[in-house]
Design a protein around this ligand. Sequence first.
Ligand code: COA
Ligand code: AMP
Length: 625
Amino acid sequence: MAYKNEYKRSIEDPNEFWKEKAADLQWYRFPEQILSKNSDGIHQWFADGELNTAYLALDYHIENGRAEQVALIYDSPVTNTKKQYTYRELRDQVAKAAGMLANLGVTKGDRVIIYMPMIPEAAIAMFACARLGAIHSVVFGGFAPPELAARIDDAQPKVVMSASCGIEVKRIIEYKPLLDNALELSQHKPQNCIILQRPQAKATMIDGRDLDWQTTIEQAAPADCVPVKATDPLYILYTSGTTGKPKGVVRDTGGHAVAMKYSMKAVYNMRPGDVYWAASDVGWVVGHSYIIYAPLLHGCTTVLFEGKPIMTPDAGVFWRIVEEYKVKALFTAPTAFRAIKKEDPNGEFIKKYDLSSLTNIFAAGERLDPPTYEWLTEKTGLSVLDHWWQTETGWAIAANMSGIEQMPVKAGSATVPVSGFDVHILDVDGNDMPTGKQGNIAIKLPLPPSCLNTIWGDVERFKDGYLNTYPGYYLTGDGGYIDEDGYLFVMGRVDDVINVAGHRLSTGEMEEIVGSHPAVAECAVVGVNDNLKGQLPIGLVVIKSGIEVEEEQLRKELVALVREKIGAVACFREAFMVLRLPKTRSGKILRKTIRQIAAGTEYATPPTIDDPISLTEIEAVLKKR
Ligand code: COA
Ligand code: AMP
């Protein structure tokens, strides 16, 4: 009942509901306008409110008795380092880092790109930007230089903050040459790069442009928090769309802070002072929301983990961390648990550690598949809660709201819509589908606080991609159904976006890259199911006539090309030559049918198909895998 009441109130009277939640934060100016529309006719939250997220996440707690509480625990098995920062220590570092940026002329509204591994300085850099009202854009370390360059050109940063290297298990990935390469490729040239020299690799610096983090920060005076408007952007986070051009999701300051604070209790059932751990990366939205912002806005202790679920050093590392820091809630992607399950199927490591502090395990990033859910529940004896969200929303759209009312779990379901999200399943014409029937998942407007209301510099792309398909609704890009108890089952993307090890990637972008190979006439890249990573991309390639090339040689070249252009994270390892791709009579590649064949699901031969034999060939090729 508690959930139903909370949810009903949020939908029926969003103004009152979110005004009440906004009052949980200490604003410089409390908003009078709660929900309104901006000059583009798009909903916005708390338009006349003023606040500063870094103040609320750090200084506020120091002023309210948490100065000596640990704010951030850094645990890095890859460098054998453990370090803790109290709220006071973290705030002081952040204020100095903000001073360092201010000395370089960074002010409110300027962009700063952060290209860093999972080290405390990444968090410090993000908060330093927030302190000044500068807009950060964190780029995941696994992306290759062309991806970084595309983000630099789009965000036009004044400064880039980076480190000499990241560490992948035992492999040192030098970031500086990647950054230098990206800056050669980009049209936009930032004024300065601030580089943190890690002991594992020494970056070569470019005179006049590059600054050493350590010496520069020592010369800086602490900077104060700058009040910003609730609608001012806190950050831009690029995510994959259906084309090669990444989409800059813009996160506003006020709506984000309110939703983050609310979610810590409502979704994760955390109290200030509890230890919360999101095992993700600061380069992804989960890292932004639940390693950095939400736990600290709520006065919790957050864990920043530089390692992998396995191999650093073993499949017990997650449980070791839970025991060592008395973690109350653990949040990660199902792929991490599948990796642990593969190494430790009987859960021997789980038995070795004291997990009594842990109350809930949360999973997101991809659907928590029932076998992984069953295994984890059985081996840990804990409640394992799936929840569904996107970079665009910044927090869960559907969840088991454990801080309001923990509902019975249904394996394979993200449970129920979260407060403020009016979730509908629509058919192609925009009509609600009957209970239990699968369709496009859409959210009736207005979206609740924290959700994007534009793409950086391209409001039309936002309208076209999300709002125009179903007027009055936001299109999620996911398909699924709602059952008779109101539980939502998210079954996967309906577009050309795939999820590889919880990482969102665009097959459209991979097609552009594969298609740029001189031997390739045309191609299709689709996601196929994978037991560990959820999905993996594979390429089906038609060769230009008159060109002689061996399949294995071509595969190697295409794999290298995708790795060079997108990065290792794309996990593109398979490509097959085919004589033709299935197309409609008007020449459109039947990607959906290819996806169905690849997934091994039943499919109907589309009536518009030009040459049905092409489907038989694809089936035969994919059977060979
Ligand atoms: N910097 C540089 N390279 C990176 C990187 C980073 N930050 N992150 C990943 N890579 C590289 C990997 O080293 C790997 O390279 P390789 O092809 O040369 O081996 C490649 O990108 C693919 O990485 P990944 O898909 O992560 O595979 P993996 O085999 O290294 O690890 C898992 C598999 C399941 C252990 C890992 O994906 C994982 O821990 N996932 C957790 C989920 C997660 O964090 N999701 C984020 C959203 S919640
Ligand atoms: P990202 O923006 O990288 O967080 O990826 C968002 C996409 O990941 C969603 O649109 C879904 O396709 C998928 N996703 C995330 N969480 C879940 C989940 N719990 N269940 C099903 N799909 C999910």
